[in-house]
Design a protein around this ligand. Structure first.
Ligand code: DX5
Ligand code: ZN
Length: 217
């Protein structure tokens, strides 16, 4: 399967979101980071803004919820029109129930793991998950350095997924750039979030293509 590139609008200009969504029309999804100042020490945007982003975006929306109590809030993001909803394992009381609820709403359901959260418990639950997000930085901010130690987790997840022939995607988020993406792809990830690499590039559209090509090599 060809690599997917999902630019993170955390690095876009929040006063010009419609313009900054238009420039990523060549992306696979737009990655929208929802932060609540509790699960992570940063605050971004919520449901009313996501509803408008869904309306103006040229590509489907991949919501990454870095919030407490996703069991309560995640279904509302599905209802808001997101195509994929990712919640954090560390914050959910009942991840399987939540994933089933999201799928019943017709969206892709995904669980995210902080760098120190083990993937193994979720490898027995691949049938329940459309995607596992392996965080490759501590969530909260764009522009951080990729954590090399997460590569082993990606490799273990890829081996487990291939062993049973599951279709679960492996997404990575944090420090993805031209320098790191080939190594991460070789470890087994197929879906790449990139914030500062795309929006910090002189030509964001060309950067998406360059990243995808490097991942596919
Ligand atoms: C961080 C967010 C990321 C962020 C990645 O917690 O989840 O999506 O935008 O930023 P970069 O690609 O700059 O590391
Ligand atoms: Zn994210």
């Amino acid at each position: 399967m060809a690599a997917l590139v999902n630019p993170s609008i955390l690095s876009a200009d929040f006063a010009n979101l419609e313009r900054d969504l238009a420039v990523i029309s060549g992306a696979d999804y737009a990655h929208v980071d929802v932060m609540d100042n509790h699960f992570v020490p940063n605050l971004t945007l919520g449901l009313p803004v996501v509803r408008r982003i869904v309306e103006v975006s040229p590509v489907p929306i991949d919501v990454h919820l870095m919030i407490e109590d996703p069991d309560r809030w995640a279904p509302l993001y599905a209802e808001a029109g997101a195509a994929s909803v990712t919640f954090h394992a560390e914050a959910s009381q009942a991840p399987v129930r939540l994933a089933r609820e999201l799928r019943a709403q017709g969206v892709r359901a995904a669980v995210a793991l902080r760098p120190a959260t083990p993937v193994e418990p979720y490898l027995d639950l691949l049938d329940e998950l459309d995607m596992i997000l392996v965080m490759t930085v501590e969530p909260g901010f764009g522009g951080q350095a990729f954590i090399e130690g997460t590569l082993a987790k990606i490799r273990r997840a890829r081996a487990a997924i291939d062993a049973v022939g599951a279709s679960t995607w492996i997404q990575v988020d944090g420090g993805v750039s031209r320098e790191t993406i080939a190594t991460i792809a070789a470890a087994g990830a197929n879906c790449f979030v990139a914030g500062s690499a795309v929006y910090g590039a002189p030509d964001p559209a060309a950067e998406i293509t360059a990243l995808r090509d490097l991942a596919d090599e």
